[in-house]
Design a protein around this ligand. Sequence first.
Ligand SMILES: [Zn+2]
Length: 463
Amino acid sequence: MNATGIIPILFHENGWKDLNAQQLQNGFDALAEGQAMMRLIAELYPICRSITGDGLRETLRLLQKEIPLELREVPTGTQVFDWTVPKEWNIRDAYVKNAKGERVIDFQKSNLHVVNYSVPVRRRMGLAELKEHLHTLPAHPDWIPYRTSYYKEDWGFCLSETQLAGLKDEEYEVCIDSTLEDGNLTYGEYFLPRETRDEVLISCHACHPSLCNDNLSGIALAVSLARALQAAPRRYSYRFLFIPGTIGAITWLAKNEAKIGNIKHGLVLTGVGDAGALHYKKSRKGAAEIDRAAAHVLRHSGQPHEILEFSPYGYDERQYCSPGIDLSVGRLSRTPHGTFPEYHTSADNLEFVHADKLGQALAASLEILSVLENNGRYVNLNPKCEPQLGKRGLYRMVGGTAEAGISEMAMLWVLNQADGKNSLLDIAERSGKRFEAIRKAAEALEEHNLLRKELKSVPQAAR
Ligand SMILES: [Zn+2]
């Protein structure tokens, strides 16, 4: 028996109400939520993460204190679609010492100083040879760039232009105390079930070392979302993935092909803590329900925002939206990656992310999910001319009383458009009203037996 679609009935029989924006806002303190996210970001910030290895594991274990995340290990060499799970990288220390034995580049001061995935090195060399392995950012002479070499065995150091200018022409001792060996790729997965198999995917990358916006802000938002949803009645199951970028998404998809069909909507979360406006990047489909829900919420947020068309460049939406997978997965960020100078540098630090911005991103995400949770089709049970609202007390409810909070116009829109074909989101879009106003109107009309939720998805045998 297919359980899908039975759940809404059970909810109502049990007196459950779906997750909705009003419920979410009750007692919701965006700034306090953002401050909690900042504390998690500060705790994770010093760890040297990569696409594999103990820094990634340590990060995921710290997240287990927040949510019951399961850690999964996928062995090196595992074939995942066109890719192969790489060797596992670990690092204990790295430095460049000058002739006096002073550490002029020191991994212990910043893990960005080492090119991520550098192979082990223990050699002496002159400045000219060393320079072939040094990376700086001349445009920002005090910042350290972030560089990786995952799929080409290489080594290098990153440093500020100012530091480079101080290096004399002498012999240096170069040490990278790392290992690159057969091991595992680790990722974290938290599945928050509902009886229905339909699920929402929330995905973030967790492979960047000491970088706050690009990496940690998305992780913190996903954790806060998971905690909020744990406590809320909900229609969908939720699957949270904390994965190394690209290879992690490819690995999960390759190993879970049977589950892909259950994912009805999804969000990739990253870069949500900077001072810029929220940006939603549409899925490859372009007009999926998540695309419309996100655009609707941002449009009604009263905050500056941007809606971006899909492009095959970015974060893991690239994998989720590849043509053979083609999930309805969009991306929520603030300033798009690569368009702000702090991106992939030491300036993407604890000062670059802000508690209020993180809290607002959480509120927006929850509101987007509440649209998905509550978006249904209804049938007007009195479709021949308008029903008489006054005799049912609905007109008085309307009479401008703020506490009732039901808009007469919203009720008229719902009654007019509820033909079993239009969803509440369709009605919200057509009327220009906020989804929450339309949902409340539908709820009031349903209570007065003027509206019935369309339960087309319930199999006859299950009734
Ligand atoms: Zn990045």
